[in-house]
Every structure is written in C-alpha cells, then in structure tokens.
Design a protein around this ligand. Structure first.
Ligand SMILES: [Fe+2]
Ligand SMILES: [Fe+2]
Length: 196
C-alpha cells in the first residue's frame, strides 16, 4: 500500500480548499489540527490522521446527486436509514472521493472518513481520533465543548462516548431522528468501558 506523503497531503489540502466554503475550510483546518494532536498523543499515524481529517468533509457541499454518484462509484453503501437522511451521505461520498480521486486505499483512513458522524462499534484508533477531532476543533463553541476537550486529552474512548451521548441528547431535544449506528457505537463503547 502506498504511503501518504507530505507532498500528497499538501495537494489534498489545496484541493479541499477548492471544494468547500471558507467557513467550512476553517472547520476542516481545525479538525486537522485536533486530529494531529490526538494522533501524537495516542500513538496513531499523524499522516493518516491528517489525510482523513483533510478529506472528512470534502463532499459536504456537493449536490445530492453528485454525492450519490460518488457513492455509487465506490464500494461503500448507504443503509436504508442513511439514504433517508441526506446529511448522512457526505461521509460515504467523501470516502468515495478519497478512494477514487486520491487513490487512498488505506482502510483506516477510509473508515475514519466514513464513520466521522455516526461512528461504528468497530472504530479503529484512527477513526476514533477523527470522530472526536470533528467535535472538539477550535471553532466549536457548543455548551460542554471545554469538558469534551479535557476528556479527549485524558481518555479517547471516553471522548467517543461523550460525543455519542451529547449528539443523541441534542437530536432528542430537537425531535430529530437518531440513526441506529450512533446508538450501536454508544452501546459498544459503553460495554467496553465496563459499564452495564
Ligand atoms: Fe461531516
Ligand atoms: Fe466536520
């Protein structure tokens, strides 16, 4: 498998800048910064964390039909509940772009992109890093983000749990649907933490 080089990361960064608004680019830069710090802290590959962070939202401003076309060209599938919620398409479309445009075949990087919103019970260390970095980057201002940043420094798996519970509570409070995979992620990480 090809290694992700500094040159390729730079090319990806410049390309991502052309794919999203200035505001989203700033968010993505924040996620790269947080993912870099978390990768160094928890012993993951910094290059892989940066590649996944740069690409995690690259498809977010594509039209629905473009997103579906990238997904169709990829081995990634939407489940019926994801298909019903277009906000859940961009992780899969982004992984499709990473694979088909950037020829990134690393399974951890692709999983980190695909799972950055809902998680998955089998999240690799890299996927956990991007899942958490997306939530704690410096541009985030929601109530509780400071606590979340402290938890992320102390224990990554607890931070995964906290992102799940905060997101689920938010969705409940807004009367919005909760995708089953987010609950599965919560249940799996909770069980692994020793809680009942
Ligand atoms: Fe996203
Ligand atoms: Fe994001």
């Amino acid at each position: 498998m090809k290694k992700i080089t500094a040159k390729q990361l730079n090319e990806i960064k410049e390309w991502v800048r052309t794919q999203v608004s200035a505001k989203r680019y700033e968010h993505i830069q924040g996620v790269v910064r947080s993912a870099t710090l978390l990768a160094a802290r928890y012993g993951a590959s910094v290059e892989k964390a940066q590649a996944a962070a740069w690409l995690h939202d690259c498809a977010k401003e594509r039209s629905r039909s473009e997103m579906l076309s990238w997904i169709r060209k990829s081995p990634f599938k939407l489940d019926p509940d994801e298909r019903a919620i277009p906000a859940l398409w961009h992780p899969h479309a982004g992984a499709g772009m990473a694979l088909n445009l950037w020829k990134i075949e690393d399974k951890d990087v692709l999983q980190a992109i695909r799972c950055h919103t809902l998680g998955t019970p089998e999240m690799s260390l890299l996927a956990q890093i991007v899942f958490v970095a997306d939530f704690i980057e410096r541009g985030r201002t929601f109530e509780g983000v400071q606590k979340m940043r402290l938890v992320a420094k102390r224990d990554l798996r607890s931070a995964v749990l906290l992102k799940c519970s905060m997101t689920i509570e938010y969705l409940f409070s807004k009367n919005m649907r909760v995708h089953a995979r987010l609950l599965q992620t919560w249940n799996a990480f909770l069980a692994a933490s020793g809680a009942k």
